[in-house]
Design a protein around this ligand. Structure first.
Ligand SMILES: [Zn+2]
Length: 311
């Protein structure tokens, strides 16, 4: 279904192509809020009363809203015309089905509002004015509580940068998960987003994460990772490790896949199911070692360089 504001012109295809032309393969440092919820600030955003004798009052930055386009569960808002036939919209439309198929989750019905700012300056001005305590990030997902009996408002904010595709896939994955689960442990949330931020044909392989782990002398420790509950505790190595665990669980053996899918199913009704590690250890005696082996296999094609004496 396509909804467009009547009488608007198409958004610049060149602009979109520019945005997609220099895609990064991975995104670090997403703006998932601490605790994954945010309350609307207490101050009013109403325009101040006119007072000619007063100094000019800076205008409160606003979210984009001149144009909108609905795709699946998403409603995209912008201050520039949108092109409904852009391939990115079609790709994002398939993301819920991809998540549903791979994680065995129902497709949620919650509307996800996506605010696309024209540039970084406007985006950051809005985020800093609306959420002054938040660090600068390329994109944010907000799950804002509306009341105990109402579902959360699910919102994504980002701008037309070169990481647009990856950032939208990443943040929309968070939003889609939060639309159907009671809660998502931080490591799992970021690990799943790290897998699904990649286009479907990548089979979840996040090349940037993989190469970083290889160079870092990675020593996996799921017990430690599961204890991290604050966003500020998640730095690049933790994002990379979270991706590695989720990729391993989803793309190694059927038994491992069942462990993560069963755990995710539990999160539909139980926000505090305890750690996943004991459930994994029941089928994999030494998960940390096996994860390392899994990553080595993923690396193998990239390391297929002839070695002297090895032929
Ligand atoms: Zn994230």
């Amino acid at each position: 279904m396509t909804d467009r504001v009547p009488g608007r012109t198409d958004w610049s295809r060149r602009q979109m192509l520019h945005a997609l032309g220099a895609l990064s393969l991975a995104s670090l440092g997403c703006g998932l809020l601490p605790g994954r919820t945010a309350k609307a600030p207490a101050h009013s955003t109403a325009e101040p009363a006119s007072n000619p004798s007063a100094l000019p009052i800076p205008t409160t930055p606003k979210k984009p809203g001149k144009y909108f386009h609905r795709v699946s569960q998403y409603v995209f808002y912008s201050d520039f015309p949108l092109e409904p036939t852009d391939p990115l919209f079609a790709e994002l439309e398939g993301l819920p089905d991809q998540i549903q198929a791979e994680l065995k989750l129902p497709t949620g019905t919650s509307i996800i509002q996506v605010f696309l700012f024209e540039d970084q300056e406007k985006y950051e001005a809005y985020i800093q004015a609306r959420y002054p305590k938040l660090p600068v990030r390329r994109a944010y997902f907000f799950a804002e509580q509306r009341g105990s009996s109402l579902p959360d408002d699910l919102t994504v904010c980002t701008w037309l940068g070169k990481h647009l595709r990856t950032d939208l896939r990443h943040e929309l994955t968070h939003a889609l998960l939060h639309g159907v689960l009671k809660a998502v442990p931080l490591w799992l949330d970021e690990g799943i987003a790290g897998v699904f931020e990649q286009p479907a044909h990548q089979a979840g392989v996040n090349t940037q994460h993989l190469e970083a782990l290889r160079k870092s002398g990675f020593a996996p420790n799921l017990a430690r990772l599961e204890k991290l509950g604050q966003v500020h505790q998640m730095e690049k190595p933790e994002y990379q490790e979270a991706w590695a665990w989720v990729h391993f669980l989803l793309h190694s053996t059927p038994a491992n896949g069942k462990v993560i899918r069963d755990y995710i199913q539990t999160l539909r009704t139980n926000p505090n199911p305890g750690p996943l590690l004991p459930k994994l250890e029941a089928v994999v005696p030494d998960p940390n070692r096996v994860l390392t082996e899994h990553l080595t296999k993923l690396e193998a094609p990239r390391l297929a360089v002839p070695v002297a004496g090895a032929r």
